[in-house]
Design a protein around this ligand. Structure first.
Ligand SMILES: CCCCC/C=C\C/C=C\C/C=C\C=C\C(=O)SCCNC(=O)CCNC(=O)[C@H](O)C(C)(C)COP(=O)(O)OP(=O)(O)OC[C@H]1O[C@@H](n2cnc3c(N)ncnc32)[C@H](O)[C@@H]1OP(=O)(O)O
Ligand SMILES: Cc1cc2nc3c(=O)[nH]c(=O)nc-3n(C[C@H](O)[C@H](O)[C@H](O)COP(=O)(O)OP(=O)(O)OC[C@H]3O[C@@H](n4cnc5c(N)ncnc54)[C@H](O)[C@@H]3O)c2cc1C
Length: 662
């Protein structure tokens, strides 16, 4: 029997309506037909491992059991990766199959995502040779321990101390206060035996700023914390339950001199400090991960959209016309308004990620040739795109959840967990406002340079164009809308700059003036991000190699994104661009037309994300649309349904009812 025949008939009809080749979309989204094949092949290999299947949903496990199950599966998954590499002589292709296995977050995320990259990015060739083979083969397990109870954003304020002792050629690590305790690092709780510790370096009583050090914190055989190490887990959170976030404090804990990662700055045997060419290179891992998070946002938006769109095609409720049967909820324009922006945004983030990845690779290449000119642009762009995409993606996931009504509140829909995990990215790897203010610093500098007629970096060069084009009439085209967002950014950057000047003229110093203007500065950064997202995604769609049928639909999605945000931020556009009320009315109508045009392809579009049922892990979103059957099947797995009468009846309910009779 084919999959189609087992499918819910609504989904079969939806798929028959699709006007483009879904496989073409999948191949375009993931890069090529070959990439799709390889990814699916690897996913098959992972899913074939029986031990990776959960006996009961994780929600029924205790906090401890959930973690232990997570570690168990993470180690098996690691073997599958190793075997693939041995067989194919290369890493597995990019994939999201970890989601199908570890439903939440892997306790090894920080090992792979930050510990290994920090050694690779911050270590000398000798240090890389010492630790990378052990870390990559999992002989040692590590994390990235930077944030403390007292400081996360302001990392120059970290209190963990590394004092150099030239007599023994060691660093002595100490956490002198409660607020200096490391707090948050993933895997630290009970998983890792090593970590990169970011600490304040002191030599002969003099501070030399923060630097990364490698510390072994647990015995490799017994896993017991080494003497001088206090380590534990921080407890349940909104999500990340299996990430095993932990705390850590050192008491006169000694590590050899070679354990300071010394690619940038060095401490010589005699205690001489050799400054690096740029102290901000120490923050390199964070930049890399911020770029990766933009890609993650695409995935989470796709996952939530797939669940909510398929569910909305299957779910019937009320009537559009009294004379007709109950409508699929996907036919309500309000539902399309809630969901299609998530589909469109996933594509926008994907294109922005690919664009950022190129910028990152170029800058890394330049840095390896000691050329730093483009580092500030990379930092500023990664900060604002990470900040805006993560917040938007979180809101989109929540909107998808709400769009599934009561069933979206069920854990088995996988939307609550997905929200908890997505929204965490607003905070980790740089809190949203803090990152937007970093971009604002860059924008203020760019603005001052623009005023002096200097050449600007590509990502802000529109500021110069906007300066020249401020009188040109609005154009209701995608290109015109992109320009409109650039004008808004231009207007907000200018206004924030002038606000700072105003406060300074009133006698405030620059720092106070900055703080007083900071709401505007954050908004300027957001507008700058929106301008980038609109420009990059529209250009990607226009230059794509898609067939005419697919290209038409992708252009509709990109236009939907542009129009949605035009209408959402119409006040800004009226203030800072030449858009008129009439233009907005035309765009409102255009937006409604786009929803209607996208509607027949909605299911095809989410099929085009090619997320397997195991990855979706949702009663509402499976390919076959057996929503109600799955909801009941999952409910029956509840431990409360494994007995006809629960003991609480005899212990509490019956006595209560008997007492009530007296
Ligand atoms: C590959 C795929 C990856 C996918 C994802 C994989 C894994 C996910 C992994 C983990 C997720 C889960 C866990 C998360 C882990 C974490 O959260 S780790 C901890 C992250 N912590 C932060 O992000 C802290 C945020 N704070 C900062 O980054 C800095 O403190 C801040 C930049 C906010 C300020 O730093 P400060 O030293 O105070 O700088 P100033 O404001 O004084 O500015 C000085 C100048 O330096 C420039 N600058 C700052 N940062 C950088 C940088 N990274 N690169 C280049 N330049 C930088 C800044 O712009 C200033 O320049 P000007 O003086 O204006 O010229
Ligand atoms: C799920 C999760 C996983 C994490 N994993 C790790 C990890 O593996 N390793 C690690 O080292 N860390 C990790 N972290 C910590 C994370 O990086 C920090 O929480 C994050 O950088 C924010 O710092 P904070 O908590 O100190 O927030 P704060 O800086 O205290 O933010 C609180 C508020 O203060 C505001 N604020 C702070 N500074 C400024 C400013 N200069 N201007 C204006 N407003 C400001 C913020 O905007 C925010 O509204 C993780 C966090 C989470 C949630």
């Amino acid at each position: 029997m084919s999959t189609e025949t087992k499918c819910n008939p609504d989904l079969v009809r939806e798929r028959a309506k699709c006007t483009f080749d879904v496989n073409e979309l999948i191949n375009l989204f993931y890069g090529s037909e070959k990439a799709t094949k390889e990814r699916r092949h690897f996913e098959d290999a992972v899913l074939a491992v029986k031990e990776l299947k959960d006996a009961i949903p994780e929600e029924y496990l205790s906090h401890k059991e959930r973690y232990e199950n997570g570690v168990r599966k993470a180690t098996i998954l690691r073997d599958v990766y190793r075997d693939y590499k041995a067989k194919h002589n290369r890493d597995p292709p990019p994939n999201q199959i970890t989601k199908a296995v570890i439903k939440d977050i892997s306790p090894f995320l920080l090992h792979n995502g930050m510990f290994v990259p920090t050694i690779a990015g911050q270590g000398t060739p000798e240090q890389q040779a010492e630790w990378l083979p052990k870390a990559e083969s999992m002989q040692i397990i590590g994390t990235y321990a930077q944030t403390e109870l007292g400081h996360g954003s302001f990392i120059r304020g970290l209190e963990t101390i590394a004092t150099y002792d030239p007599k023994t050629e060691e660093f002595v690590l100490n956490n002198p206060t409660l607020t200096s305790f490391k707090w948050w690092p993933g895997g630290l709780g009970s998983t890792v035996n090593h970590c990169v510790v970011v600490a304040q370096l002191y030599i002969n009583g003099k501070s030399h700023g923060i630097h990364p050090f490698i510390a072994q914190i647990r015995d490799l055989d017994t896993h017991k914390p080494l003497p001088g190490v206090k380590v534990g887990e921080i407890g349940p959170k909104m999500g990340f339950q299996t990430a095993n976030n932990g705390f850590l404090g050192f008491d006169n804990f000694r590590i050899p001199r070679k354990n300071m990662l010394m690619k940038n700055a060095q401490v010589l045997k005699d205690g001489t400090f050799v400054k690096g060419i740029n102290e901000k290179l120490t923050y390199g891992t964070m930049v890399m991960v911020r770029v990766g998070i933009v890609g993650d946002c695409s995935f989470y938006a796709a996952l939530a959209a797939t669940i909510a769109v398929r569910y909305s095609a299957v779910r019937h409720q009320s009537h559009i016309k009294a004379s007709e049967p109950e409508a699929q909820i996907l036919d309500y324009l309000t539902q399309q308004h809630k969901l299609f922006i998530a589909v469109a945004s996933s594509h926008v983030y994907r294109n922005a990620y690919l664009w950022m990845e190129k910028m990152y690779t170029n800058v890394m290449k330049e840095l390896s040739q000691d050329k730093q000119d483009n580092l500030p642009e990379l930092h500023a762009t990664a900060c604002c795109l990470k900040a805006v995409c993560s917040r938007d993606a979180g809101s989109l996931v929540e909107e998808c959840r709400l769009a599934c009504g009561g069933h979206g509140y069920m854990a088995s829909s996988n939307l609550p967990l997905t929200y908890g995990v997505t929204i965490a990215a607003v905070t980790y790897e740089g809190e949203r406002t803090v990152l937007l203010l970093q971009t604002a610093r860059y924008l203020m500098k760019a603005w001052m340079a623009a005023l002096k007629g200097k050449v600007l970096s590509p990502s802000v060069s529109y500021l110069l164009n906007s300066l020249k084009e401020s009188k040109k009439p609005w154009q209701n085209t995608p290109e015109g809308i992109v320009k409109g967002f650039q004008h808004v950014s231009f207007g907000k950057v200018k206004a924030a700059y002038e606000t700072i000047q105003k406060y300074m003229k009133q006698g405030k110093d620059y720092e106070d003036a900055w703080n007083l203007a900071s709401v505007q500065l954050v908004k300027a950064s957001e507008a700058h991000s929106r301008a980038i997202l609109c420009e990059v995604s529209w250009e990607a769609v226009c230059s794509s190699s898609a067939s005419p049928n697919l290209s038409r639909v992708l252009q509709q999605l990109a236009q939907l994104y542009l129009t949605y945000w035009t209408l959402e931020t119409s006040g800004d556009l009226l203030l800072y661009s030449n858009i008129t009320k009439d233009d907005l009315i035309i765009l409102r109508d255009k937006y409604e037309e786009l929803l209607v045009a996208i509607r027949p392809n909605a299911v095809g579009l989410v099929d085009g994300f090619d997320l397997r049922d195991e990855i979706l892990n949702s009663t509402l979103g499976s390919y076959d649309g057996r929503v109600y059957e799955r909801l009941m099947e999952e409910a029956l797995k509840s431990p409360l349904n494994q007995e006809t009468v629960n003991s609480s009846f005899h212990k509490y309910l019956k006595p209560m009812m008997e007492k009530a009779k007296l």
